[in-house]
Structure formats: structure tokens, C-alpha cells
Ligand binder design. Sequence first.
Ligand SMILES: [Zn+2]
Length: 281
Amino acid sequence: MASNKITIGNVEITSLSDGILEFDLCNFFPSIPSESWGPYEDHLTEEHNVRFNLACFLVRSDGRNIVVDTGLGPRPADAPETPWGELLNDFSAHGVKPEEIDMVVMTHLHRDHVGWNLQAQDGRFIPTFPNARYYMSAIDWDATHDPSLQHDRFPNAPDCVWPLQDLGLAELIDGEHSLTSELTTLPTPGHTPGHMSIMITSQGERGLILGDVLHNTVQVHETDWVSRADIDPEQTRATRRSLMERLEREGTTVLSVHLPKPGYGKIGRMNGRRYWQPLQA
Ligand SMILES: [Zn+2]
């Protein structure tokens, strides 16, 4: 079992989780014929579903505590069996208090990355991380306000994202933005228009928090396989192709939100095919 902690130079990362999400293959990859999955059965569950971890990376850099992505959020009262809603339990299991967090960074504004930003209490929203500022892409912020996208693509933005601005906590960022001296955002658009990954550079080592450039390990090689969650399919493919080539070439450590826990790995190559090589502790 791989450890949930990793270091990149002086930066320490802990992989926490809000639980899992699971989808029927035809539902999540409607454009990929089921026979194309033949050689890739081992990338699916026994029931032939795609399963995602909902990672939240706790990053310590420059003396700051940074949370990257906040899962799907509290379990609905009428759905006690839901396999997600675990993030704050995982925080306490690892001895981390929400008030210790200085920055929350969202790779993008889809519902499974913003869920614990805020909590409703007595008819108002209060920040789950009371001492944090919340960083997000200005392009994605605008997309959540596009009436043609909001309802289907960003359904929980009105409750989980928009109130951050009224509370004076929102930081809208763009391009390659330095979050600390060791963390810089890297625009990786396609899945959402403002999607970003986060490059970690410290002591000559490199890591990349990927965001949703990958949803399944199969896409490391089959870079053209887009899912229904990818808003712009062509841009998604172009971003994924060039990023997988670069990560393979540079040997960068990858920190993936949705691949199996804890989500650490490298992009390897065997018999002419690129593959996900999980890091062992
Ligand atoms: Zn996602």
C-alpha cells in the first residue's frame, strides 16, 4: 500500500480523499465503443464501471498550508449510503484542522472539486476553511456565469463557488500564476475552459498536480478518449497529448485527483505504449 505522503524537494504533499464516484462506462465515455475497452479491462471495476477517487491534496510550501480541490462536499441528508462526503473525516484522521489552511486552490470549478468550499448554516454560507483565501481560474469563474453552461456543467457553483466573492474570499487568477515560490499554475484547458494544473518545483525536483487531464489510467496512452465531462473535446485531446508527452519526457512525478489512491505516479513506457506507473512508498 503506497503512503499517502510524498515530498517534492521541500514541498510535502498528503493525499486526502472525499471518497469515490463511480459511473457506468457508456454513461461516462459515450463516444468510446465498449469493444475498444477489450485490451483495457483491468482499468475498470469488476462491474465494468469507471471509478474515481476524489483526492484533495494538502500541500505544505513556504510555510503555508494549501488545499488543492475540495471534493463533492457534504453527504446529502437523503442519501446516507453515498460513497463520498468523507473529506473532513479524513482531515481529522490525519490530525489536520480546517482552520490551519491558508489557501484553497481549485484546479477547475466542476462540482467534484469545489464541494467542501462552503457549508450552509442558518441560511448563510460559511467557509469550511475559515482562514483561507480561495484561488480559482477567472476563465472558469466566467464560465460558471454562462447560462448555456452553468446548469449542466457547474450545477453547484451557486452554492459552492459564487458566495466566495460576496464573502470577500475569492481570488480570480489567470495564466501562469505563482501561488508560492514553489507552486505555479499551468493552464491545461479543455476539460473546462480555465482548467489548470499546478507545477511544484523545489530543490531541482518537479511534480505536477494534474487536475482532470486524466479520469482513467487508459487515457495515458489513449489520449484521444474524451469523456462526457470534457467540455471542449478537441482542446482536451490537444492538452492531454502534449502534457503526456512532456511528463513522460521529463520524468515528472504526477499527482492525480481521480486515479486510484493516493494518486502518485509517473508516465512510463513499455512495448511502445505509454502507461501509468504508480509510485510505491
Ligand atoms: Zn473531476
